[in-house]
Write a protein that binds this ligand. Structure first.
Ligand code: PLP
Length: 477
């Protein structure tokens, strides 16, 4: 499915509007000006403008031109909480487990799920790779693929780092059962129980669970919905507490969707380096960017030997295969040993299948073609849902504007209890992820995370209307 020229132009304009090149009420370039700038025909430009108009992004004023619709942007207004929050003991909310279970009910519209829409992945081609890998599997493959894992797969992953200008040798990579295992092993490699770890606030609940399991103490560092972890706050924390490791997401953070600007990335790396603190970088969403370039991870910096860069194929190629990896820097041997002492290795047939897929896909442009399509669909779906939220939710609700991934973060306002919205929405067949899942305390009780990867249609439209009505009721009290 290739994108037509008018869709590409509409997408470019929409991105300009999202990034505030054009503000609500601004007049867009006239059709004629736009033709000149883009080199496209009048008909193509008109189609692009009409598409944006049908989405409510712009409005046509007779005799005057096209204008950015009022109220399209509702960026989160709230300043992040500037205080550091230290927790001697992290107890993950029991509700998390109920919420994760509720997401498995097929009758529920799973806007609370962390999984992408499963229909977005190349299932038949993966099945062929799996069948072919199992057929060709040697009787010795179980032992040949013990940690660090299948060599071909590690080499394919190293090549993808190289394509992005990041120096990672195949020997630095350990294949794991999903990013969850690589993150857990990384945490174990750089801490002892009782140590302090700096995490984001709000943070992915998997980080909170891993910290609880290892009996670590956590410092929650203020994290901005646009710019990610605050480097100054991290520095203050490092000066105050004997922190052993920092765990963060520099791109498309879960749940906020934010990506750190390059200046902040450089500052953060400098701070970690001065304090000699290891970094666990969770980068599972970085392939899902909407712009023209993949965001650069902190792993690309000169501090890379102290950075354990964790990712997986779960969000971008093969959910359910449970294959991830860590580019572990100087910790690679420790990680291998920890894996040998725990899960032994990632499943061999699926490692071989992905090695096969990436090699064949590499020759035919298969993986990259899939990724390009995936990014485009995710961006279109996010735009549609973002627009519906702006249109239907009460004015006090603000919404994030990520440039990748598939989550929106909604601040409902202090007078709304998102945990109640969650319960009431579930009774109506819609799940959401309440803010309480993303911190060890009640700090984000007024927030929600919404998964935007599902097709925009009657089910999702109804789900958004149900949520909007419930939030309006909660606001009225
Ligand atoms: C931020 C983040 N990190 C890690 C993971 C786990 O990835 P995997 O499924 O590869 O274990 C998830 C899954 O939801 C996630 O959202």
């Amino acid at each position: 499915m290739t994108e037509s020229r008018y869709e590409t132009l509409a997408r470019t304009l929409r991105r300009q509007i999202d990034t505030q090149v054009w503000l609500p009420g601004d007049r867009l370039p006239s059709l004629r000006e736009s033709c000149k700038q883009s080199g496209l025909s009048l008909m193509t430009v008109l189609q692009a403008y009409q598409l944006l108009e049908s989405q409510g992004v712009i409005v046509a004023r007779p005799q005057s031109g096209y204008y950015v619709a009022a109220g399209l942007q509702r960026p989160v207004r709230r300043q992040p909480d500037e205080r550091l929050h230290a927790a001697e003991q992290v107890d993950v909310n029991d509700a998390i487990f109920d919420i994760l279970k509720a997401g498995q009910d097929p009758s529920v519209v799973p806007l609370g799920s962390a999984f992408p829409d499963p229909t977005l992945f190349p299932q038949p081609r993966l099945a062929r790779s799996l069948a072919s890998a199992v057929r060709r599997m040697s009787p010795h493959s179980a032992t040949a693929n013990l940690p660090p894992g299948n060599e071909e797969l590690r080499r394919s992953i190293a090549r993808r780092y190289a394509q992005n200008g990041i120096e990672v040798a195949p020997d630095e990579i350990v294949i794991t059962s999903g990013a969850m295992e690589s993150l857990g092993l990384s945490l174990q490699a750089v801490t002892e129980p009782g140590d302090w770890v700096a995490i984001e606030s709000p943070a992915f609940y998997g980080a909170l669970q891993a910290i609880e399991r290892r009996k670590l103490k956590a410092i929650a560092i203020p994290t901005d919905v646009r710019f990610g972890m605050d480097p100054d706050a991290l520095e203050k924390a490092l000066e105050t507490y004997p922190i052993k490791a920092c765990w963060l997401m520099s791109s498309f953070q879960n749940p906020l969707g934010c990506t750190m600007p390059s200046d902040n990335k450089a500052r953060l790396v400098d701070i970690l380096q001065r304090h000699q603190v290891a970094l666990i970088e969770d980068d599972v969403y970085s392939e899902l960017y909407f712009g023209s370039e993949r965001p650069v991870p902190l792993k690309a910096s000169a501090y890379r030997s102290e950075i354990l860069h964790c990712s997986s194929f779960s969000k971008c190629l093969a959910p359910g295969f449970r294959v991830g990896w860590v580019a572990a820097g100087k910790y690679v041997e420790r990680i291998e040993r920890l894996q040998l002492m725990s899960t032994l290795s990632a499943s061999v047939p699926v490692q071989l299948a992905l090695a096969d897929f990436l090699q064949k896909g590499g020759q035919q442009g298969g993986y990259d073609t899939h990724l390009r399509r995936l990014r485009r669909v995710l961006e279109q779906r996010q735009m549609a849902m973002h627009h519906a939220i702006i249109k239907e939710f009460p004015a006090q609700v603000s919404v994030s504007q990520p440039q990748g991934g598939y989550f929106l973060w909604l601040d409902l306002g202090d007078n709304v209890d998102a945990a109640r919205v969650y319960q009431r929405a579930l009774a109506k067949g819609v799940s959401v992820a309440p803010g309480t899942m993303f911190s060890a305390d009640e700090r984000f009780r007024h927030c929600l995370r919404i998964n935007t990867s599902f097709e925009w249609g009657p089910h999702t439209a109804r789900a958004i209307s149900v949520l909007a009505a419930l939030v309006a009721e909660e606001i009225r009290g």
